[in-house]
Design a protein around this ligand. Structure first.
Ligand code: GDD
Ligand code: MN
Length: 384
């Protein structure tokens, strides 16, 4: 019995250290090398811009979003707004009224009779976008006034075909999301300096129009998919923390699952579909993709396995210890989701992401992962 427990504990230690290893290497590299900002050779530029905005029943917040867009520090006569709307509420009416007595920016409104999901809607919008730089932004986000300029400066580097930005302020005050975004910014900066980053963010993603290719109609990771395909085409896709936006998020465990699990499903499916890119495409396929494969597809299972084994070991060693492990994990989750873990909060944030990735893998196996989802009404409160 003792030997079994000892073996189990050894197995757990191996599993848990394996889980953390690539992460530790990445963060160590970030510490030692300490890359900062965008790797692009930024130059001031003022290309004509198409802002692509998909909307589904956003009547509560669409007007504020449009105000936000026209207030950007950019010549509005060089901006075209392409909205693809699938709403059956008052969104369309508000859009028309907003642009009715405005000469600039120009509006292209694509009206869908029936909601087909975000990816096909975006493909239509990208096909209509006629300007050199295309910026995709979600309705539930706020952009910093200089966001377009910062993006244009990145795309002025001939090697760069896509750029995304940083969530500087998590509306709704979710510390879980806030601390995760800090960890993520460090990682995405490192990846960008190595070659390109994987994840692109819905609130702000900018692409060179010439590089845009259609995304899969069932995609639930549209921005990341487009960035990955642009990298496939040869240009770099980078993260620039100088491009700033705000987005709302929940801290509570249950509420986080819906959105995060869906996003995680999108990312896992994208990696699997593009597995042929592993090993090619410079350091992108040799370091960045393998790290993300590990983080998204392997480590959630090692972590779950580690916790399960620890529980079994505890039960074998003596009943109370067996209960201690799941109880500890439960307490960690409870405190973490209430933003009460202080300096441990970033670790909880990563754990929370691993939970989403685990659930996402299971949901994908069960055939879930529809490209049509319920828009989170509660998160919209922050934009009213
Ligand atoms: N036209 C259209 N049709 N727009 C849609 C649809 C649709 O079926 N579904 C959602 N939208 C719009 C919303 O109105 C919003 O402006 C934007 O797409 C993002 O939708 P959210 O409901 O806020 O999704 P999210 O916050 O989880 O979005 C993130 O994840 C998605 C993938 O799971 C973003 O990164 C999205 O860009 C990403 O596609
Ligand atoms: Mn959203």
């Amino acid at each position: 019995m003792r030997r079994l427990v000892r073996r189990l504990i050894a197995a757990i230690s191996v599993l848990l250290s394996l889980t953390g290893l690539p992460y530790a290497v990445y963060l160590l590299l970030a510490k030692v090398w300490n890359p900062q900002g965008s790797p692009a050779e930024k130059r001031p530029a003022e290309p004509a811009v198409s802002i692509v905005l998909p909307t589904y029943n956003e009547e509560r917040i669409i007007e504020n979003k449009l105000e936000d867009i026209v207030a950007l520090d950019y010549p509005m006569d060089r901006v075209e707004v392409v909205i693809v709307d699938s709403s059956d509420d008052g969104t369309r009416e508000t859009i028309r009224t907003f642009f009715a007595d405005r000469e600039t920016p120009e509006l292209t409104l694509i009206e869908e009779d029936e909601r087909r999901g975000l990816a096909p809607a975006l493909n239509d919008a990208y096909a209509e976008a006629s300007n050199e730089m295309v910026v995709k932004t979600d309705c539930d986000s706020k952009l910093a006034p200089d966001a377009l300029r910062e993006a244009a400066a990145n795309l002025a580097d001939p090697d760069v075909g896509a750029v995304t930005g940083r969530n500087v302020d998590v509306l709704g005050g979710s510390d879980v999301e806030e601390s995760y975004r800090d960890v993520q910014a460090t990682i995405q900066t490192l990846e960008s300096h190595l070659d390109s980053t994987l994840i692109f963010h819905g609130p702000f993603s900018a692409f060179e129009n010439d590089e845009i290719v259609p995304i899969d109609p069932d995609s639930i990771a549209d921005d990341t998919e487009l960035a990955l395909k642009i990298r496939k085409g040869g240009k770099r896709a980078v993260f620039d923390p100088a491009i700033q936006y705000k987005e709302a998020s929940h801290s509570e465990f249950g509420k986080r699952r819906t959105q995060k699990d869906r996003r995680a499903m999108g990312l896992i499916r994208l990696l699997l579909r593009n597995r042929d890119m592993l090993g090619g495409y410079g350091l992108y396929g040799r370091v960045v993709l393998p790290f993300n494969w590990w983080f998204m597809l392997v480590s959630p299972w090692l972590l779950a396995g580690g916790i399960a084994l620890a529980t079994v070991a505890g039960l074998l060693a003596g009943g109370v210890f067996g209960v201690a492990v799941p109880a500890g994990v439960g307490l960690f989750t409870l405190l973490g989701s209430r933003d009460r873990l202080g300096p441990l909060q970033p670790i909880y944030a990563v754990f929370d992401t691993q939970v989403s990735l685990l659930f996402a893998a299971i949901k994908l196996c069960r055939g879930e992962g529809s490209a049509i989802w319920d828009v989170d009404e509660e998160l919209r409160d922050a934009y009213e």
